[in-house]
Write a protein that binds this ligand. Structure first.
Ligand code: AMP
Ligand code: MG
Length: 347
């Protein structure tokens, strides 16, 4: 498949490079004591690394691909407030780790390249979407998070890249112990090819085709493994427990549920490390952002998993900045997906 802007694999190469470059910045910030945390007093945490990573991803894409439309989570408004000059300086310094020549104004303008709108007559047919740090609470805790990037075309993600800087490449390892890998792993998918991986600290490194781990003896003995949000406020963990108990009552061998932040959940279910990713936000009216799901959704789909929201509906990426028609996520191999969905429906 080709497009005026290049083949999907060329676009994926640019995407992979961009998230790996940003991961170098987030890794450096996460190692600092305060982890760049900014208290915005509105309950949504952000760090200087969110701004720096967004700027780096946009800059790398524009450098390689020229004019592009971008819909991203952050804007420079907070940093432009004179009361936040210290954080602005720190965010710029973080971006300069991989973008040494960045000036203050260039840096802020690059962050704001992510302000494309998805409404009205000028809505783009094709756009990139970025979550510079998904799982910010995990990032601040020192746990899992990822840098997320996807190209959405006609309402469908066609390129997706997730840099998971703390995730071990070893899919045989039980979760959530693998929290501080020295290299991390980047997953890259296109709508027309295999899912590839590259060490997250090797932008431009050699990519390998991702293979699903064949079910390990130990895991077979342990039963079906679930994963869900680390944060109990993000997802109804009681519902997960109830589904697991109901399946156990039906004689299905059920293991544990691993708590893990961010779209790393899509990556670990995609590679077969866990069997089921279930995310059912407590608030039934909650609508997630497209950038919280687009790359992970493509990666898990391309690994052959069945994906829907927590009510069995197809995930729709063409309805604006949110998944307006969806609530939550259920990703698993078909057989597991349908078993879990049927229990969810009878809760
Ligand atoms: P996860 O790590 O899967 O829990 O997802 C992280 C995402 O949860 C963040 O990107 C937020 O957009 C989203 N989030 C934040 N607050 C809530 C909430 N109260 N309920 C559901 N999701 C939330
Ligand atoms: Mg997010």
């Amino acid at each position: 498949m080709t497009s005026p802007s290049g083949s999907l694999s060329e676009l994926a190469e640019a995407a992979s490079f961009a998230v790996c470059a940003a991961a170098a910045v987030t890794r450096a910030v996460q190692r600092h004591d305060q982890r760049g945390k900014i208290d915005k007093h509105d309950g949504s945490p952000v760090t200087i690394a969110d701004f720096a990573a967004q700027a780096v991803v946009v800059r790398e894409l524009v450098k390689r691909l020229g004019p592009i439309r971008v819909v991203a989570e952050e804007s420079s408004a907070y940093l432009r407030n004179p009361a936040h000059a210290g954080e602005r300086k720190a965010a710029l310094a973080a971006a300069q780790l991989v973008w040494p020549g960045a000036t203050d104004e260039e840096f802020l303008a690059t962050i704001d390249h992510g302000a494309s709108v998805l409404e009205g007559d000028d809505r783009p047919r094709e756009f990139w979407t970025i979550d510079p740090i998904d799982g910010t609470k995990g990032f601040i805790r020192g746990n899992q998070y990822c840098v997320c990037l996807a190209l959405v075309r006609d309402g469908v993600p066609v390129v997706g890249a997730l840099a998971c800087p703390n995730l071990s490449p070893d899919a045989e390892q039980p979760l959530p112990q693998a929290e501080n890998d020295a290299h991390g792993l980047t997953f890259v998918a296109t709508a027309d090819g295999p899912v590839l991986t590259v060490p997250a600290d090797e932008p431009g490194g050699t990519h390998r085709v991702l293979e699903r781990v064949t079910r390990r003896q130990s895991a077979d003995a342990a039963g079906m493994i679930f994963c869900e949000s680390w944060e109990s406020s993000h997802s109804d963990q009681t519902a997960t427990r109830s589904v697991m108990a109901a399946l156990r009552d039906r004689g299905v061998k059920i293991g544990h549920s691993a708590r893990i932040d961010s779209q790393c959940k899509y990556a670990v279910v995609a590679r077969g490390q866990v069997d089921v990713f279930l995310r059912r936000p407590k608030n039934p009216d909650r609508r997630d952002w497209i950038w919280d799901h687009a790359p992970g959704w493509l990666i898990a789909s391309r690994m052959g998993l069945t994906l829907s929201d927590a009510h069995g509906r197809r995930t729709e990426f063409g309805l604006g900045r949110t998944l307006a028609a969806n609530h939550g996520v259920l990703a698993a191999a078909r057989e597991h997906h349908d078993m879990v969905l049927s229990e969810l429906r009878s809760l």
